[in-house]
Design a protein around this ligand. Structure first.
Ligand code: GDP
Ligand code: FE
Ligand code: FE
Length: 198
């Protein structure tokens, strides 16, 4: 079934070997954790588990590219020049999808959009994009104050989990005094109403 989404004939084992060679052990384990959480969230939300698992597995594929590689991709594909003012945190999703298409031949636009927005969220997320965004935050290897509440919310409502994650990420970034990507704020505004009870 991966052949429905990937052009270059990869099966799961092929992707795992490639990813293991591209990523640190820790990052690779995180991707496996996101694959698993994404499949669980898919089952809970009436989505195809295999497709969610594939998007989850690949979401951080480009995380360990060098800054030079990202900057070259921004030029090569004529992407928004403002991206150059940001860094790996923003690039590995938004620019990473071009590397994923080059290396793996991923063709499925929904998977690519979910990976593109997995760090910032978006005001227009598909169910798959919400699954990957939340799975990234709550997978089993994540340990931070609030992760348990996020896990519980995700069992109740994917939208509430998106809202919680976005609010906490913005809080965290503001505490660290780092710039917040405008799309992250758009996501917050689109989902903030889900933070209220009911
Ligand atoms: P990871 O790749 O699994 O570590 O997780 P993410 O892709 O969700 O996030 C990567 C990093 O980007 C984390 O440290 C986030 O806190 C950070 N991040 C998320 N949103 C923003 C943003 O709007 N601006 C900046 N500067 N960093 C962000
Ligand atoms: Fe990421
Ligand atoms: Fe991640």
């Amino acid at each position: 079934m991966y052949q429905d989404y990937i052009g270059f004939g990869y099966d799961r084992d092929g992707l795992l070997s490639l990813m293991a060679s591209r990523l640190s052990q820790k990052r690779f384990q995180h991707c496996l954790g996101v694959e698993k959480s994404a499949m669980t969230l898919a089952r809970q939300n009436g989505y195809e588990p295999e497709k969610a698992g594939l998007a989850g597995l690949l979401h951080d594929y480009a995380k360990e590219l060098s800054d030079e590689e990202f900057l070259a991709l921004i030029d090569k594909y004529g992407l928004d020049p403002d991206l150059k003012n940001w860094g790996n945190n923003i690039w590995h999703g938004k620019v990473g999808i071009y590397k994923i298409q080059e290396d793996l031949g991923v063709t499925d636009s929904e998977i690519l959009a979910a990976i593109e927005d997995h760090t910032t969220g978006s005001k227009d997320m598909s169910v798959l994009a919400k699954i990957v965004y939340v799975a990234d935050y709550i997978e089993d290897n994540r340990h931070f104050p609030g992760v348990e509440e996020a896990r519980q919310l995700a069992e109740v409502s994917l939208d509430k989990a998106v809202a919680y994650e976005t609010a906490h990420t913005i809080e965290h970034l503001a505490h660290q005094a780092v710039p917040i990507y405008p799309q992250t704020i758009e996501t917050y505004n689109a989902y903030v109403s889900y933070l209220k009870e009911t």
